[in-house]
Ligand binder design. Structure first.
Ligand code: NAP
Length: 337
């Protein structure tokens, strides 16, 4: 019997685009890449040459191609909403890297359009849900090992940012991962969010606020405090501790040799996301392909992408107003329950 494979078209041939193409072509047995495309045609040509695939200059051509069963969007944040909507209109499965959109309003439109198909077509790239550490924490919570979870202490620390980084991006591009993973761990929705003014790092090279402290409160009153550093931290370091009534859970650091040398005991800390979550990206894309072949997506949905955008919008507003802002959403459609 011929093996079924999902033929993927990739929009966005930058850093993560190339890494995902490599996964889809060389690591995951259920996928292949047939077409690539990029706003910058030279980037598409280069990637096409590198992987021996075809490129097109036009996004519509890629989305509507008979050679493409599903689309992967790894282009710049600002382009996500337009391309996801085009994929939904074409009735194609689409995996969109985070953030799903720039505002909650755009994500709401995606929900309306997806509902017309009465079928999930969209998955969002919240890969931490596929990380072994977070998965074990989720299971321990579900098994009641720490009793009722009460508090999360989280930190997201980065070494540097690409040119053009802005204050809002610490929320829309960086904290967006914690916004999703904390509500997933706690299985609760947000009631309100706040950004606190804190002392700024003199090490920040760019012209943006760093660090930023965020407080998120769930409907049942659980408290999440999140530290986001976007420049000149000591490494790429992701920390998460869930405090429950009966115990605490800590996200493990990635496996690394512990060196005892010269009177010191130490292990290395990674410097970027691509290494830190390398296994999670493999697992999320493999599961996405398996779900497509089964005809039913199970990963992070348009609803999850929407919620994260509602919370981001409220955090950005709170940074300006200085007070907690409510997280107000539309009613959850049955498709996402
Ligand atoms: P990148 O290296 O800048 O790549 C983005 C690519 O998309 C560039 O080649 C860019 O071309 C192209 N592009 C920009 N606008 C486009 C458009 N309108 N249509 C088609 N292509 C367009 O950025 P990246 O680091 O790979 O990030 C890509 C996306 O993945 C971002 O949304 C980012 O937030 C997300 N991401 C997610 C994770 C995660 O952990 N899940 C990690 C990294 C990145 P130009 O160079 O000409 O602008």
């Amino acid at each position: 019997m011929e093996k079924k494979v999902v033929r993927v078209g990739v929009i966005g041939c930058g850093s993560i685009g190339n890494q995902h193409i490599d996964r889809l072509m060389n690591k995951i047995s259920q996928t292949t890449v047939t077409l690539v495309c990029d706003y910058f045609v030279e980037a598409a040509k280069k990637t096409a040459d590198r992987f021996g695939v075809k490129y097109v200059e036009n996004v519509d051509e890629l989305i509507n191609s008979n050679e493409v069963d599903a689309v992967l969007i790894t282009s710049a944040d600002e382009s996500h909403a337009e391309y996801v909507l085009k994929c939904i209109a074409a009735g194609k499965y689409v995996f969109c890297e985070k953030p799903l959109s720039q505002t909650a309003k755009e994500a709401e439109t995606m929900i309306e359009e997806e509902l017309k198909h009465n079928k999930r077509l969209v998955q969002v790239g919240f890969m931490r849900r596929y990380d072994k550490g977070y998965m074990e924490m989720k299971k321990a919570i579900e098994d009641g090992e720490i009793g009722e979870p009460l508090i999360i202490h989280a930190a997201h620390r980065n070494l540097s940012q690409a040119a053009g980084f802005e204050t809002d991006y610490a929320i829309t591009r960086v904290a967006i991962h914690e916004i999703d993973i904390c509500r997933w761990l706690l299985a609760d929705e947000y009631e309100s969010v706040q950004v606190l003014k804190v002392k700024q790092s003199s090490r920040t090279v760019g012209d943006w606020l760093n660090p930023q402290m965020m407080i998120l409160t769930t409907k049942s009153g659980q408290h999440i405090n999140l530290e986001v550093q976007t420049d000149h931290s000591y490494g790429y370091d992701i920390q998460c501790q869930v405090v429950g009534e009966d115990g605490t859970l800590n996200l493990p650091d990635p496996a690394a040799v512990v060196k005892r040398i010269g009177g010191k005991c130490a292990f290395g800390i990674m410097d970027d996301w691509s290494k830190r979550f390398i296994d999670a990206y493999d697992v999320e894309l493999e599961k996405w392909a398996i779900d497509i072949l089964d005809g039913k997506l199970t990963g992070p949905s348009t609803w999850d992408g929407y919620i994260s955008c509602v919370a981001s919008d409220a955090l950005i507003k709170s940074r300006k107003t200085g007070v907690p802002e409510k997280v107000e959403t539309i009613e959850k459609p049955d498709l996402y329950k």
